[in-house]
Design a protein around this ligand. Sequence first.
Ligand code: AMP
Length: 511
Amino acid sequence: MNLAAWLTRAAQSFPDLPAVARGTAPLLTYHQLGDNAARLAGALRHRLGLAEDDRVAIVSKNTPEYIEILYGIWQAGLIAVPINAKLHGAEIGWILEHSGCKALFAGPDLETTLEAHRPDNLQHLVPIGSSDYKALLSADPLPVVARRPDDLAWLFYTSGTTGRPKGAMLTHRNLAAATYGYLIDVDPTAPGDCLVHGAPMSHGSGIYIMGTIARCGLNVVPESGGFYPAELFAIAAHWRNASLFAAPTMIKRLTEHPGDADPTALRTIVWGGAPMHVADTERALDRFGPCFAQIYGQGETPMTATVLSKAVIADRTHPRWRERLGSAGITNVAAEVRIGDADGRPLSTGETGEIMVRGDTVMAGYWTDKAASAAAIRDGWLYTGDVGAVDADGFLTLKDRSKDVIISGGSNIYPREVEEVLLRHPAVREVSVIGRPDPDWGEIVVAYIAGNAAPEELDALCRDSIARFKRPKDYVLTDALPKNNYGKILKTELRDRDRSKIETTPEDEST
Ligand code: AMP
């Protein structure tokens, strides 16, 4: 099974349906998309001389060509390496070298930067939309090359909230399972429905392209190639039945955007990738209505371990509605989830431990990293590094990443719980809670706050809702929190920043 077969099927049976649009303008029908992908596949194999399983990178902000390139790579039996275009040139160069890419499709304005960091293994750099690119589209089409389910399709470089990125090896089976999980549990899609790529196609949004193609839907790439609420609202109003994947920080931007938005044009807004605080979810629901679904997963089990469905999020009458909004939902149909102790033995309902995932979505391992692969997948279970608990109804609540847990005076404190409370203060825009080394307590709880709330008021909020030992001992007000290019708050960097702040604070000021 080759994922590209779904495109061939659509092109053959529904050639005239619209497949790709740029903003509000239709760009390619399924026939044209299928033809472009087949010609790119032919060019990659017979003009650029690539062999099965060679790696081909895409580094570009969102652009309609992303889709034909991805499918061209798969159709040719090659492995795609989509890379976040917002990374530094040196970081991209490192991934290109690590993955041994032979060819690279580079987005607008990136050619010079990428040339400067080009590793020796990279034989071809093709600027997307250039005359070289257009020439590739005139190659003879190549029919879909046969793939086994365990052949690799996508090297998904993790976004690096921890150390160097690692290349999660995603197979055709993994991506097919992720697609079934999406179409069944997250966002059932019908022919003609559209998916708007406001979030990076190198990450979550890209993983959803396959579901849209499997159902002959329309992939829409905003003209800006980025995430601008006014543009996204206009696109949704034009095409209607629109779905969108967004990180929680992006959902906040949508909610806070002052302009008009027609909620009836939005079919589904899926959030995931980072915790969304309950107060933010409620605000989003008030503005856009019941169109939200949440997924929890990671590059290692693409997008899908659990899902909080639109129906559950919309059911305000449920006695545990608010509690459920704070959860990551129930196990996705495509996966198995377990909470394990340090040895991976299953824990009981309500007990907190490491979240483990098994099933067809779980990656084959990390590219050229046997040690990391063996540590991540043991006895068929993926150890996610996330910590959580499952309640009696099967809802998973994420506490934190295991290394983010704060241990103060022997008690475990999960930052998320404290953050939820602090975010209730109207003057808190964003918050991140970390542990600071302390000679007496091991660690103390410290809250970094973007916003201008008074520490006494924050402390009063905590006193009202959480145990004394969880209350921050220090509130640090700041303009902005450090984030990676996907909008995730970098606790590692915040801890480093905090450590250097403490080390450079003179004695007399700190007392
Ligand atoms: P990535 O592989 O870059 O998608 O990052 C995956 C990590 O993001 C997970 O291991 C979690 O720590 C975090 N994450 C993903 N989805 C959620 C979610 N719905 N809520 C909270 N954290 C999440």
